[in-house]
Design a protein around this ligand. Structure first.
Ligand code: ADE
Length: 262
């Protein structure tokens, strides 16, 4: 899988050099590039934000650096970019782009990259979405900061790629970096060849709608606490039954919303 990340904090993603994802990068299973948005600016201060039209608190990310970053990553030629610009005046009164207009297939019939903008206003990320995204060939993560990115950047991206706003949950982060990191870890480990023992993927929370069972290892007694005897019994049927009951019980207690209505 090819992954591109655009951020004003590229070093934030240095940790993707280590652990399982680092190994997957070394092995060529994941081809990941991080792009500094400020490399697409031309002024002395490498400015990426400005005050919002219409007033309001905070700053908005300027469209120009984003446009150039997307051009480079998506392989949009100068000609295409200018064509789009030339179209603008006539289109100005046109209604906002709908999903039907979005670039869901490229001119050559191939599926264009999926550009994900982490945003508290997006679809909420979960394991099902991670599974779906693990099948993509090319993901681009656009990390916004401040009060967000100029809306025209999303509209421009939709002309050349598939675009999705994705939220990590119902809370507000300072920017898209932490959300991108979480998504890449959740998606990356589902790509064949990233996790050494694929069986470990099927025995986890959220895999089948239930949370995972509690795990124990040696020693069998630790600080006065015993491992549940059934796990030492060697009776695989009984162990499987106990683990399933633990999963149901834990899900009922912690996340009853995951269980089907009774
Ligand atoms: N950026 C700011 N808050 C966010 C959230 N909850 N999810 C994804 N991106 C964000």
């Amino acid at each position: 899988m090819k992954i591109d990340i655009v951020s004003i904090f590229p070093t934030f993603f240095d940790v993707l050099d280590i652990s399982l994802l680092g190994k997957a990068r070394q092995n060529g299973v994941i081809n990941l590039d991080v792009h500094d948005l400020r490399d697409f600016t031309f002024d002395r201060h490498r400015t990426v934000d400005d005050t919002p039209y219409g007033g309001g608190a905070g700053m908005v990310m300027k469209p120009e650096p984003w446009g150039l970053a997307l051009d480079e990553i998506l392989g949009i030629t100068e000609g295409q970019a200018q064509d789009d610009q030339a179209k603008k005046p006539a289109d100005q009164d046109a209604p906002a782009q709908t999903d039907a207009d979005a670039a869901t297939t490229a001119a050559d019939g191939s599926i264009p990259p999926l550009v994900i903008f982490p945003s508290p206003a997006g679809d909420v990320f979960n394991q099902a979405m991670a599974k779906e995204l693990a099948h993509e060939d090319h993901l681009v993560f656009g990390c916004g900061r401040y009060e967000g990115i100029d809306q025209r950047v999303f509209d421009y991206a939709e002309q050349h790629a598939r675009v999705r706003l994705v939220s990590l949950g119902d809370y507000v982060l300072n920017g898209g970096e932490v959300a991108t990191m979480a998504m890449i870890e959740a998606i990356g480990r589902l790509i064949p060849g990233v996790v050494g023992n694929p069986e470990s993927l099927t025995e986890e929370s959220h895999e089948d709608g239930l949370l995972e069972y509690p795990s124990y290892t040696k020693p069998s007694t630790w600080r006065g606490q015993e491992v549940p005897p059934v796990l030492l019994s060697g009776n695989h049927g009984a162990i499987e039954k106990w683990r399933y009951e633990q999963r149901v019980e834990r899900t009922r207690r912690v996340r009853p919303d995951l269980l089907p209505p009774e």
